[in-house]
Design a protein around this ligand. Sequence first.
Ligand SMILES: [Zn+2]
Length: 352
Amino acid sequence: MNRRDFLKSLFYLSSLSLIPSTIEAKTQSQILAGIFIWADLHTGQIFSSSPQINSNGIFPVSRIGSIMKLISTATLLEENLISPQKTYECRGIIKFQGKEYKCTKAHGKVSLIQALGHSCNVFFAQASQSISPTLFLDYCSRFGFDRSLYSQLSPPDPLGRGSLRKFFSLDQLSNVPNQGIIDKSKLDKMQSNFTDFVLGLHTDSAVNLLHIIQLTSLIALKGNMPKLFFKYSNSEHSLKPIKLHLSESTWIGLQNGMKLACLHGTARKLDPENQFKIAAKTGTIPLVSKNYFSKSSANNSNQIKEEYFQSLITGYFPYDNPQYVFCLLAPHGTSQETAVPLAHKEIFSHKW
Ligand SMILES: [Zn+2]
C-alpha cells in the first residue's frame, strides 16, 4: 500500500472510487490537514472542514486513544474509586500484566487530575484496576458511546479496527434509546485486555468523531448536551440531547484536567497565550502495520513491526462560558507532532 492509499484507508475513503479526480486531489490535501469538526453549543449546529463529510454526511471512525481517559476519570471520580489526592509515581514506564505501558516522559508523582492533563499511562494503568469492565461500559454508554451515529455503513476495515459500538447490542438499543445494553459475549473479549481498553489503546476502542463531540459537549456543559445537528447536501443529521447527572466535583475534575492539559500538559502548544481559554484532551493512536521480514537480517524469522501513529484532540472554549466544542483527527503523527499544531492552525484561522 503506498502512502496515498494508506492515508485514504485511514478514513475509509478507499471505497469512494467514483470521486472525480479534481475532488480526489482536494481530498488528499484535506486529509493531510486533518479533519476538523466543531459545534456551536448555542445554536447546536455542527460544522466540518471535510468536503466529503459535507457532501455525504458520513463521519470517520477512529480509535479513541487517550481521549478515553476522560471516561476513565469520570468513572473513578463519580464512583469514589480513588481519592483525588492519591498519587502514583510515574517513572515513564511500567510493566503491568505482562505488558509495558509508556509515557512520553517520567511524570513523577501525579494525582488523577494531573495524570489526565499529562495523559499519564503509568497512572491510569494502575488506577483503572479498581474499575470493573461492566461499570466502565456503563459509563461509556452514559456518555453516548452506545449510540449508533453517522458512520459509513459496513465500513471496510483495512487496519483491523473494530468499534466500541460492537460492545453494545444495537438491535435492542433501537427500542430503548439512550440506554446501554451490554453484549455479554463481547464483554469477555474486552475483559482480557481491560487496561488497554481503559487507556483507549485496544483495537476495538473505536468511535465515530461525533461520539467525541458528544463527550466533550457533555463535559463543557456539565451533563447538559443540547440537541446538535449537522446539515449536508439537502439533508440533516440530528443528535438527540443527552442529560447526564454526575456530581459537581466530577465535572470540575474533568474540566480542570482538560484546562491543565492546555496550560502545562499535552495540549500546551494549542494556545500558548491562552487567548481562547481552551480546555482540551489529546490522544495518540499507535497503528502497527502488517509485520514484514527484516531485509538486513540473515534470520528471516526476525519480524519487524512498523509503527504509524494517528492522533486526535478534542476540546471546548472559552472554559468559563463554553460556546464551542471541537475535534480534530490527524491522519499521521502523534498528537504533539500533528493534532495539536493542526488544531492550533484551525482555531486561529477561524472567525469565531
Ligand atoms: Zn506518566
